[in-house]
Structure formats: C-alpha cells, structure tokens
Design a protein around this ligand. Structure first.
Ligand code: GAR
Length: 206
C-alpha cells in the first residue's frame, strides 16, 4: 500500500501566527503531516508571506471576483480538493463559511478562537472578556459547524485575566496558549484519536 502524507489546508486572513505555529510543528516533526496549501481572502495577509518563506503553495482568492459567497466558497472547495487535503485548519480566517463548504468537509474543519467557548463568540472576544469582568479567559479549538464559533470542542486552555490587563496584554497571553493547543489538537486529529459524540469530542487514550 502506498501511504501518502497527511495533508493540511490552512485558511487565514491576517497575521498568521497560528499558521506559523502549525508550520513549525510540522517542520520540527511534531506533526506527521504537510501543509499542502494556504488560502487567503486577503491579498496582503502576512499569513501568505509566512507560507511562501516555507515554500508552501499560497493563494489569494479574491472575493471581489466572484458574483456571490457561494461561488467564492466553490473555488475554495475546488482548490482544497485539488490538493486532497485531509484536514482544514482555520487560522484567523475572518470570513464565514457557507453551508456547502461545511457539508463538503464535514468533521474535517478545525478552528481556533481566543475565548473559552461558548463564552464570547464572534468579534473582539478578548475585549468581551474584559468587559464582562471574567477572571479567566482562554482559547478553544473546535470542529466547525454552520453557527459561528460553535461546534464540538476539542481542546481549551485557560489564562487569568489580570486587573492591569488591556486588550493587548490579554490577547498576547491567550495567543501563547493558542500556539500550543492548536498543533496539539491537529496531532490528535491526525492520530485518529478524536470522536465526535453529540456535542462532545471524545479523546482516545487521553
Ligand atoms: C487568533 O487570535 C485567532 O484565535 C483569532 O484570530 C487571531 C488570528 O491570529 N480567530 C478568531 O477570532 C476566529 N473567530 P493569527 O493570524 O496570528 O493566527
């Protein structure tokens, strides 16, 4: 039997520090996988620059050249299929995925969000945490479903919210945890150790 490497497709819209953490994990040999393609809806996303430095195929898919959201998503699906990806990781991808995209890759899309979901979904979750007076926040890796920042939770990591925190301090503390738990969740996925059971994700041999 010819075995091929486990292939990851990454969707990113911005800075790409989570993408970098995934690439670094692959290059260190912590993840037995390859990043097959990076797609972005933002031409100037730093994520694309980071990927190019590692000789990964990086593609800007311009939403303005598609008549509607569905046809844009179709192009994203086509490119991911072409690369035969086994897993799609959203890494700061700030565009809502449509029903067809999610159905096509059901159970194969992970996202990271900078809060302890289901608390503080949507935009500015770190500011939401500060505004709420929460003493603890953190980050969540979860499977993606149609509702935004929802879906069965794979891993979470918590951090304290300090009295002196502004949004930058809290974001940085959370980000450090994101870079740890995202590669860890991907490793669990590619080792076939995750089972979705209702709203829960069961982790084999945890
Ligand atoms: C990260 O904090 C990620 O959790 C968040 O965007 C940031 C991207 O940073 N994602 C979301 O808020 C998704 N709802 P990065 O581009 O440096 O990885």
């Amino acid at each position: 039997m010819i075995s091929r490497p486990f292939k990851i497709g990454i969707l990113a819209s911005g800075r790409g520090s989570n993408l970098q953490a995934i690439i670094d994990s692959v290059e260190r040999g912590d993840l037995d996988a390859e990043v097959a393609v990076i797609l972005s809806n933002k031409e100037n996303a730093q994520a694309l620059e980071r990927g190019k430095k590692h000789n990964i195929e990086c593609v800007f898919v311009d939403p303005k050249t598609y008549p509607d959201k569905e046809s844009f998503d179709c192009e994203m699906i086509r490119r991911l299929r072409e690369k035969q990806v086994d897993l799609i990781c959203l890494a700061g991808y700030m565009r809502i995925l449509g029903a067809e995209f999610i159905a096509t890759f059901q159970g194969k899309i992970l996202n990271i969000h900078p809060s302890l979901l289901p608390a503080f979904p949507g935009l500015s979750p770190q500011q939401q945490a500060l505004d709420s007076g929460a003493k603890t926040s953190g980050c969540t890796v979860h499977f993606v479903e149609l509702a935004v920042d929802a879906g069965p939770i794979v891993l979470q990591s918590s951090v304290p919210v300090r009295d002196s925190d502004g949004v930058d301090e809290l974001s940085q503390r959370i980000l450090e945890q994101e870079h740890i738990i995202y590669p860890r969740a991907i490793k669990l996925f590619l080792e076939n150790r995750l089972t979705i059971s209702g709203r829960r994700v069961l982790i084999k041999d945890d």
